[in-house]
Design a protein around this ligand. Structure first.
Ligand code: SAH
Ligand code: SF4
Length: 382
């Protein structure tokens, strides 16, 4: 079977070349052709010996993902929907800013975590992406953008694993993909400019710290276990105490001296002053000194099936002020690409609804409503 070379980090490509009887520097040349020049045709790779090019034609190919659609927003944000087969599609979003170009990349078709406020979660899990499918999003976007902006310079300076899926539940494909992003012969991104966002898969956070430490964002969304388990079901497996301890352990390996906590602002659910105060007390309990975290408040991007609403701008600002006054660095995320549904948690594209999951979530909601009312909990706690 012929191999898709987008599936290989440089080590794996060197091994592949070794099996073809080729020296390591040939793998480096090949890797540069693919990732730095966007080449797919071995015949184009003029500095490779003809004999190697012939061997490659029989044994390998370079193939990206078919693009189903491309939308360009008024603010310059670009969203691509890629076909990953069998009715599944994933999205990548390019977000241009004055000083950087960020690509938001997907790691799975669907997601098994099932967060209440996330449309990917509502679709259910379809399958893990391969390394090549993760890399293909960056490979395509970078070379498309160079042509689009008529430049030979790098356009994408930052990658965030914040598209569809939970990257740490697709660990074995994720790590080689990160290595391609970081490799000087690949995209040459610094570890500080590649961010993995996780809903809190604690054991894999520890492994990432050792295997491939990059910047880490943790989706917190709630200041206590009751509310967090309700919003992010994975919290039942890895509760806040374990999660925050894992954050502390990660910091000693991380390329940055802080972890970003993402907090999606949901009207009347997690946006009250009590929640802010509880959050401050929580993170201060785990702080080992100085700034160790930054908060990124994300205004919720609503979608009908969630039954949730975005917090008002005043609430978000009041919440941010409480955190700031307590000495916590806090930013409010700008929503970008609103006109093309490219914002966080809206990356559902045309992917088919997985009815069983929608039904399950609806059942769970009913169950919890009953439990809550029988406990007569004051709504502010939630
Ligand atoms: N699975 C990973 C990464 C993908 S989601 C994670 O959960 O961290 C990237 C970010 O978007 C997460 O912080 C997630 O909580 C947030 N998000 C998901 N749905 C959202 C929505 N509808 N509105 C705003 N943010 C959302
Ligand atoms: Fe999965 Fe992240 Fe969405 Fe939760 S927020 S369902 S972990 S993609």
């Amino acid at each position: 079977m012929r191999a898709n070379l987008l599936d290989f980090d440089l080590e794996a490509l060197a091994l592949f070349c070794d099996q073809l009887g080729e020296k390591r520097f040939r793998a480096t040349q090949l890797f540069r052709w693919i990732h730095q020049k966007g080449a797919t045709d071995f015949e184009q790779m003029s500095d490779l010996a003809k004999s190697l090019r012939e061997k490659l034609v029989g044994r390998a190919f370079v193939q990206g993902l078919p693009v189903i659609s491309q939308h360009i927003s008024a603010d310059g944000t670009i969203k691509w929907l890629f076909d990953v087969g069998e009715g599944n599609a994933v999205e990548a979003v390019f977000i241009p800013e004055d000083d950087r170009g960020t690509l938001c990349v997907s790691s799975q078709a669907g997601c098994a975590v099932g967060c209440r406020f996330c449309s990917t979660g509502h679709q259910g899990f379809s399958r893990n992406l391969s390394t090549g499918e993760i890399v293909a999003q960056l490979w395509f976007a970078e070379h498309f953008l160079r042509k689009h902006f008529k430049t030979s310079d790098r356009v994408i300076s930052n990658v965030v694993m914040m598209g569809m899926g939970e990257p740490l539940q697709n660990y074995s494909a994720l790590v080689p993909a990160l290595r391609v992003m970081l490799d000087d012969h690949g995209y040459g991104l610094s570890r500080r400019r590649v961010t993995v966002s996780t809903s809190g898969v604690v054991p894999m956070m520890d492994r990432l710290a050792l295997d491939c430490p990059v910047a880490l964002a943790v989706s917190l969304h709630a200041p206590n276990d009751g509310l967090r388990s309700h919003l992010v079901p994975l919290n039942q497996k890895y509760p806040l105490d374990e999660l925050l301890q894992a954050c502390n352990r990660y910091l000693s390996h991380a390329p940055r001296d802080f972890i970003t906590f993402e907090y999606c602002m949901l009207d009347g659910v997690n946006d009250q002053p009590e929640h802010a105060r509880e959050l401050i007390a929580l993170v201060k309990k785990y702080a080992t000194g100085g700034v160790w975290c930054k908060f990124n408040l994300i205004p919720f991007n609503p979608f009908p099936a969630s039954g949730l609403k975005r917090s008002s701008q005043e609430r978000v600002l009041a919440f941010a002020k409480l955190l700031l006054d307590a000495g916590l660095v806090t930013t409010v995320r700008k929503t970008r690409g609103d006109d093309i549904d490219a914002a966080c948690g809206q990356l559902a594209g045309d992917v088919k609804d997985r009815t069983n999951v929608v039904v399950r979530m609806a059942q769970r909601r009913t169950l919890e409503v009953q439990t809550n009312s029988s406990l007569a909990k004051p709504t502010e706690e939630y």
